[in-house]
Design a binder for this molecule. Structure first.
Ligand code: MCA
Ligand code: AMP
Length: 485
């Protein structure tokens, strides 16, 4: 297949910047190729995905070597890490020198990524010969389902190339663009769009390390042209704008402000537009499908809408009976199903789940419910599964949190729901029947318990104690009636 990073040899300017550390294209080519040569026979590699140059170089090196990379959330707790390592069976873990790795990784060979191995004069070492075919796996990204532990979505090189090239078209994304963001590097948004995206175009990315409005002001005020963020980040921007004229000026000067991973509330959209004269555009994607739709750079931004299907993506809305709803009926709600070169190949080791994810004809069932404006703009109005929660842009399964809570000795029964939150979109609520009603475990204790097993972003933000959970005649917990408890 054509190289994933055709600009690697041609571009000369800055490729990556994390804080005060950066790499030019010749430096990136040199360090990533040296590492790629050593990874050639590695099988699968895990990447301890801190927001760092080392993570970016490690992933690029794995892609150049043609070995699938498994990005790991460096805040993952024990059970989540153990599950991912058992499922994906990497041969080694790439990490930044000095990073403390948890005991769950002790059995793996550790390989420190050295970004200082450079050659002078832009004379790149020769990397491994050729790149593998378009269907070969590039990344395995773990994503939560309604029940059980996260599944590994196998993303082939073809999907990454297709989605980034579709966005090049939709956003007029070029090598002149300088992207700023503070997204984590173990998910599609921050890693594929936010890191591999600029590198495929020959442009650059400046990562904030940690999201903050000061960093956004600084970077957009000094040459950055695009901002990517989840709605929580735009909400925090909207909150800061009334007292921060420099932030408003910086946003006003950007070429493109893009939001994704969850719905951007209309209120935040309007507040940002009023303060900056600029409208945020939304795009809609999923770990399994990469990007499906977007408002185009040359299109009309519209609050509450995620734009039109990207080039190459077929999209339809399907009703309960499995019938496609009429494209010209603006009232007709249906499940979004998509088809195209942007799709994943399979869930690793889960043929059952893979088969269940597709409707006849190769259509991927997203589980998102939407309707369409008369001109084709897609509006997401909900989600089929109540057991999936989007909090801060992270997808979190109620089942995995319930299982973790049930491992706490002070918990007899547990149910988890999401409820609206102005900052996070949804916050995780745990409904708990304590083992001993006189000494229930505290909310902080349960939050720490979940954070240590799964990940901090999966911790319940609210705990509500009940004497029993509402159940139907079949014994199934009636989550909808919990909300009114
Ligand atoms: C708090 N902390 C704890 C605990 N309580 N740690 C351990 N145990 C506890 N009990 C720590 C947290 O780890 C964190 O540390 C800090 O306290 C604050 O936590 P929190 O309030 O949860 O985080 P936040 O600062 O409010 O985070 C908001 C955020 C974050 C920055 C917007 O939610 C975020 O990065 N979201 C991005 C999600 C994303 O990229 N999704 C894309 C999925 P510390 O501060 O040190 O971190 S891909 C996708 O959806 C598709 C493809 C798409 O369309 O994009
Ligand atoms: P993930 O599994 O973390 O990749 O999350 C994918 C899900 O995020 C999608 O199925 C949608 O529910 C949601 N999502 C992503 N982008 C948007 C958006 N712009 N508006 C609304 N929901 C979104």
């Amino acid at each position: 297949m054509d190289p994933l990073f055709p600009a690697l040899d041609a571009a000369r300017g800055e490729a990556l910047r994390f804080g005060d550390r950066s790499l030019t294209y010749p430096e990136l080519a040199s360090t990533a190729r040296s590492l790629a040569l050593r990874l050639r026979d590695a099988g699968r590699v895990a990447v301890w995905a801190t927001p760092s140059l080392e993570t970016a170089v490690g992933v690029v090196a794995a892609l150049l070597a043609g070995v699938p990379a498994v990005p790991l959330n460096p805040k993952s707790g024990d059970s989540e890490l153990t599950h991912i390592l058992r499922d994906s069976a990497p041969s080694l873990v790439l990490a930044e020198p000095g990073a403390q790795l948890p005991p769950a990784l002790a059995a793996l060979d550790r390989h420190d990524v050295d970004v200082d191995v450079r050659q002078d004069g832009g004379d790149h070492p020769v990397g491994p010969p050729g790149e593998p075919g378009p269907e070969s796996p590039a990344l395995i990204v773990y994503t939560s389902g309604t029940t059980g532990p996260p599944k590994g979505a196998v993303l082939p090189r073809r999907a990454i190339a297709a989605t980034l090239d579709a966005l090049e078209d939709a956003w007029q994304w070029s090598g002149d663009d300088v992207l700023v963001h503070g997204l984590p590097l173990f998910h599609v948004h921050g890693l594929i769009l936010g890191t591999l995206g600029p590198l495929r175009r020959g442009g650059s990315v400046r990562h904030l390390g940690r999201f903050g409005t000061e960093g956004v002001t600084r970077e957009l005020g000094s040459g950055a042209t695009m901002l990517f963020g989840v709605p929580t980040m735009y909400h925090r921007i909207a909150e800061a704008l009334p007292d921060d004229p420099e932030l408003a000026k910086a946003l006003a000067g950007a070429r493109l402000l893009v939001s994704g991973s969850a719905a951007l509330p209309v209120h935040d959209h309007e507040r940002i537009a009023a303060a900056t004269g600029r409208r945020v555009i939304e795009r809609y994607g999923m770990t399994e499908t990469l990007m499906n739709t977007s408002v185009r750079a040359d299109g009309e931004p519209r609050a509450g809408a995620v734009g039109v299907p990207l080039p190459g993506v077929e999209l339809r809305l399907v009703d309960e009976a499995g019938e496609e709803v009429a494209a010209d009926d603006p009232e007709a709600v249906g499940e979004i199903q998509v088809r195209g070169p942007n799709l994943f190949t399979e869930y690793l080791n889960r043929p059952d789940a893979t088969a269940g994810a597709f409707a006849p004809g190769g259509w991927f069932r997203t589980g998102d419910m939407a309707l369409r404006d008369p001109d084709g703009y897609v509006r997401i109005v909900g989600r089929k599964a109540t057991d999936l929660i989007k909090s801060g842009g992270f997808k979190i399964g109620a089942g995995e949190i319930e299982n973790a809570l049930l491992e706490h000795e002070g918990v007899r029964e547990a149910a988890v729901t999401g409820e609206p939150d102005p900052d996070l979109g949804e916050r995780i609520v745990a409904w708990v029947v304590p083992a001993d009603a006189d000494v229930p475990p505290s909310a902080a204790e349960l939050a720490d318990h979940v954070a240590a097993r799964l990940a901090p972003h999966k911790r319940p933000r609210v705990v509500r104690y009940l004497a029993s959970l509402p159940r139907n005649d079949m014994g199934k917990i009636m989550k909808r009636s919990l909300a009114g408890s």
